[in-house]
Design a protein around this ligand. Structure first.
Ligand SMILES: Cc1cc2nc3c(=O)[nH]c(=O)nc-3n(C[C@H](O)[C@H](O)[C@H](O)COP(=O)(O)OP(=O)(O)OC[C@H]3O[C@@H](n4cnc5c(N)ncnc54)[C@H](O)[C@@H]3O)c2cc1C
Length: 321
C-alpha cells in the first residue's frame, strides 16, 4: 500500500495546489499507516516536497512529456502507482488534474471521487466528503474498491511544512508516442497574471459594470490587492472579458479566501462556481440582489462609486498611495 500524489508543475514551477495535495497525501498515508510518494513529471519545481510530507519523490522526464498530454500523464501515473503498490492516488482538481484523473482511474482500475474537500474518514471503511450538484450540496461517498483516485479541490486543504528533506529520484516509465493518440499542435499561455484557479483573492464583476471600458476599476483593485480577476458568464459572452475569467456552473469553479463581486446578481449558476469561497463580499445597487444571501459582507451601492473608494483605501493601507 502507498499513497501516490501527482505534484503538478508548470515549466519548473510547482502549483500551490500541488503542495496542498502532498500535505493531503501525507496526512492520508499517516492515517492508513503507509508512505506518501510524490510524483513529478517533466521539469519539476525547485521546492523539496519532503518538507510538505512526501516520504519519497519520483521524477519522470522524457520527450513525450515535453508538452502536456493527458494520455501520457495518465499512463505514467498509473504505471508508477502499480510499480509502487500505490492503491490511493491523490490529484489536485486543477484543469490538468480534471483531464487526467478519469484516465488514471480507468488505467489503475480505481474508484474515482472528484471534488474532495476534506480528509477521508478511514475508521471502518473509506469515506470522503465532496461537493455535489455544482457545489450546492455536500456528499459523503464511501469507496468500497481497493484502488482509489481522489481529486482534491484547490484551497480546501491547508499545507503543512513540517516534513524532512528528500532527494527526488529519477525513474523511467514505458510511455511512448504510440500511447497517445492526440497531438498538441500549439499552446497560447497568458503571462504575467495571477491564475484564477490558484488565486487566494479574486475581484470579479458582472453586467452591472455596463461595459468593457469600465474594467480598469476591477483590474486596478485586483492589482492593488494582488488578486486575480473574474467575471460572470454574460460578461464573457459579450466579450467584455476573456472566457478564461468566466466563473460558475459552466465556467471555472474557484475557492479563494476572498471573492469580491461587483455588479453581479448572484444567480444560482454563478454561485455554483464561487459559493465555496471562504469570504464573499458583494457590491450591488439592488438590496434585494440574491447574491447578498450568500455574502459575508454586503455593500449596497454603486460599483462606480464603491470600487474607486475601495481602491483608494487599499492603497492607503498598503502604503501604495
Ligand atoms: C445553463 C446555464 C448556465 C449558466 N452558467 C453560468 C455561469 O457559469 N456563470 C455565470 O455567471 N452565469 C451563468 N449563467 C447565467 C446566470 O443565470 C445569470 O444570467 C448571470 O450570472 C447573470 O450575470 P450578471 O449577474 O453579471 O448580470 P445580471 O443578472 O444582469 O446582474 C447585474 C447585477 O448588477 C447590479 N448592478 C447594476 N448596476 C450596478 C452598479 N452600477 N453597481 C453595482 N451593481 C449594479 C444589478 O442590480 C444586478 O444585480 C448560466 C445560465 C444558464 C441557463
Amino acid at each position: 500500500m502507498a499513497v501516490i500524489v501527482f505534484a503538478e508543475s508548470d515549466n519548473g514551477v510547482y502549483k500551490k495546489s500541488s503542495f496542498e495535495a502532498v500535505t493531503y497525501g501525507k496526512d492520508l498515508a499517516t492515517k492508513l499507516g503507509t508512505d506518501c510518494i510524490a510524483l513529478s513529471i517533466g521539469n519539476k519545481g525547485p521546492e523539496n516536497l519532503g518538507s510538505y510530507g512526501a516520504d519519497r519523490e519520483l521524477n519522470i522526464s522524457g520527450d513525450v512529456f515535453l508538452t502536456f498530454n493527458p494520455q501520457a500523464y495518465a499512463k505514467a501515473i498509473s504505471e508508477i502507482a502499480a510499480a509502487n503498490n500505490g492503491d490511493t492516488i491523490v490529484i489536485s482538481q486543477t484543469y490538468t488534474g480534471k483531464s487526467i484523473a478519469p484516465l488514471v482511474a480507468i488505467k489503475a482500475d480505481a474508484a474515482l471521487v472528484t471534488g474532495v474537500v476534506a480528509m477521508a474518514y478511514t475508521d471502518g471503511g473509506f469515506t470522503v466528503k465532496k461537493t455535489s450538484f455544482s457545489s450546492k450540496a455536500i456528499a459523503h461517498v464511501s469507496l468500497n474498491h481497493a484502488n482509489k483516485v481522489l481529486t482534491v479541490i484547490p484551497n480546501s486543504y491547508m499545507t503543512k511544512q513540517d516534513g524532512a528533506d528528500i532527494t527526488a529520484e529519477s525513474v523511467n516509465v514505458s510511455v511512448s508516442d504510440s500511447d497517445v493518440n492526440t497531438t498538441i499542435l500549439s499552446t497560447d499561455k497568458e503571462t504575467g497574471k495571477i491564475p484564477l484557479t490558484e488565486a487566494e483573492l479574486v475581484v470579479s464583476a458582472g453586467r452591472g459594470l455596463k461595459g468593457a471600458e469600465n474594467w480598469h476599476m476591477v483590474e486596478d483593485l485586483a492589482d492593488a490587492l494582488g488578486a486575480a480577476t473574474a467575471c460572470s458568464k454574460p460578461v464573457s459572452d459579450m466579450e467584455w472579458r476573456p472566457h478564461s475569467e468566466h466563473v460558475g456552473q459552466t465556467g471555472i469553479t474557484i475557492k479563494p479566501n476572498l471573492y469580491i463581486a461587483a455588479g453581479i446578481s448572484g444567480a444560482i449558476q454563478h454561485l455554483a462556481g464561487v459559493g465555496s469561497s471562504k469570504v464573499i463580499c458583494v457590491i450591488n445597487t439592488d438590496p434585494e440582489a440574491p447574491f447578498f444571501k450568500a455574502a459575508d459582507y454586503g455593500i449596497v451601492g454603486d460599483a462606480f462609486d464603491v470600487l474607486p473608494r475601495l481602491l483608494k483605501r487599499v492603497k492607503e493601507v498598503k502604503g501604495l498611495a
